[in-house]
Design a protein around this ligand. Sequence first.
Ligand SMILES: [Zn+2]
Length: 445
Amino acid sequence: MIPNDEVIELLQSLIRNACVNDGTPDSGHEHRSAATLQGYFGVDGTIVEGHPGRQNLIYRVPGSNPAAPTLLLIPHLDVVPASDGGWTYDPFAATRADGYIWGRGALDMLNVTSSMAAIFKRYLDGSLPPLPGDLVFAATADEEAGSVLGAELLAEEHWDLVACDYLLTEVANPSFETPSGPVLPVTVAEKGPAWRRLSTRGAPGHGSQPYGSRNALIPLAHAISRLAEAPTPVDITDEWRTFVVGLELPDDLTSRLLDPDLVDGAIDDLAVDDPIFARWVHACTHMTITPSGLHSGIKSNVVPEDGFAEVDVRKLPGQDETDVNDHFRKVLGPDLDEVDIDPIVTFPANASPYEGLLWEAIGDAAEELAGHRRLLPAITPVATDARFFRARGVTAYGVGLFDDEATFGGMLAMFHGDDERVSEESVRRTTAMLERTVARFGELS
Ligand SMILES: [Zn+2]
């Protein structure tokens, strides 16, 4: 049994290191938390640094049977910035109060990072016997800005260090209550970014005489409003179907949530009581389109000669780049064919099968610790480090175990939001869940 205070103190150190990734290469400073973890383990690991200070830390404990599958624990070290104000406690003080640890990263995902480190330490120092296969620990940089200096770098250029068959990473979610008891979501799939840049060209002129001018801002503004208002393509995936059925909602709501023609009305109904959950349901059933930037003009009295907009697009498993392009062209229509559409960031949506060795290990751990093995395959709308590994055939999941008060909607609200916090009990349960999952994976290997 791993002492909970040990995990909580490590979590506090990682929060206080403030490895804030604002998207610029000089932010992040993950070397601080790489140093904390090396001190905690008492053994130096392998550092991969894609930019000064942007450190990934990797260890491998060899297994006893070369033919057995390798398991990778891959948590990230960076966090997103915190707003000024809006927090009860300083987001980087890691205050322990009211049964919670408060701070940026408490849920995304330094809680899991700490639990995984505490478990891995036992294998590293030999106090737990080695698994049949290798056990690898890779704490990554830059997850919050596309993983270019983190998991992508490791998978593309240092595969020998992180090669694996199975992995555990984010997202760990609280259970849902259903009429026949709790069900535990396990993240098995994620949407694929398909970000676009829209650009226009006009001709400069004096702002006092607009008649007949070619103002680059006008078609761009039309394009954005059409994209924001048009319904986006629906895809009911197998993961979604299994997830919704497992929630044991009223029959009518279940069938509407699984019907491409009725799902929008069902989401509107859900939004009355739970707008945050409704937003997530929408993201799990639709290609989403979020205009996220607009840049044009140099001065109040000059007709803009060019402009561009950025659009965050996320496609579901089953949707591809062609679907995105077709949707954009259809919505913009022939009168806006002057708007150029170019990809910025694209990556396929990806999913792991919800069966097999690691799935069974998670089910066994849940049965032992939560008294049931009812797992729901969940899609996450966000991109995680798992995608670079699923692309290489690795089975990847995110799982944890939370206290009885934690709710799925509450968790969604705290991800990248104010007053992010995790309870001491959730830390304890997540450590136990992951510890038992790793051990059971070894027993089943
Ligand atoms: Zn995360």
